[in-house]
Design a protein around this ligand. Structure first.
Ligand code: ZN
Length: 208
């Protein structure tokens, strides 16, 4: 990072040691390390704050307009009985991968704005390219490809080839691609829960 960006980062880190001493410095240090390791130190520092995330179930949200990273506090200290129904994997390992996911959003915003000139914040050429670039570095398959709409009769659907990631999988990459034991959680339907979450579990509970 250039001197001025480094200075800003150190200010943000110092502030987090006061405002979020439990997990703030960890989040900033993770961001800093990943910026060096995966993004050639090119991402600009942003505030990382903790709070409720818009759009319901999300674990985090990068607000590119405000240039602010928002992490749900339950990622670190679970509140409620079983947040997102992924209680066994909550903690710093998952939080670090959630931060990495949002760093891809930061990269796309820095390059070309919110949706990377594509269909969505995940299904766009820049996000897809970043996944395929990072995947080998993380020990994951580089299997992201733009997902297109196809018409079948009267219906128009988003269709992805089986060997490539679905829209739901793009939204939880890379942590959703990890085996559950990566997070020290034995035998746990991680990907399914992350994508379908509460609604599917609730249906099961309701016996539907
Ligand atoms: Zn995302």
């Amino acid at each position: 990072m250039l001197f001025e960006q480094e200075r800003r980062f150190q200010i943000l880190l110092a502030a987090s040691e006061i405002s979020d001493p439990t997990d703030g410095p960890f989040a900033y240090q993770t961001w800093y390390d990943y910026n060096q390791r995966y993004f050639d130190d090119q991402l600009l520092p942003v505030p990382i704050v903790f709070g409720l995330v818009p759009h319901g179930r999300a674990l985090s949200h990068y607000d590119g307009y405000r240039r602010r990273e928002l992490l749900h506090p339950s990622l670190f200290v679970p509140q409620g009985e079983n947040p997102w129904h992924v209680l066994p994997i909550l903690g710093r390992l998952l939080a670090a991968e959630v931060i990495l996911h949002d760093m891809i959003h930061m990269r796309v915003w820095q390059l070309c704005g919110s949706r990377g000139k594509g269909a969505s914040s995940h299904n766009n050429p820049f996000f897809i390219r970043e996944i395929n670039r990072l995947a080998p570095l993380l020990g994951l398959p580089a299997n992201a490809s733009l997902i297109k709409q196809q018409r079948t009769g009267d219906r128009v659907q988003w269709v992805h080839l089986p060997e490539f990631l679905s829209r739901g999988e793009l939204a939880v990459w890379p942590y959703g691609m990890r085996p559950a034991d990566y997070f020290d959680a034995e035998s746990f339907p991680l990907l399914d829960q992350l994508i379908h979450g509460h609604s599917k579990t609730k249906k099961k509970e309701d016996g539907v």
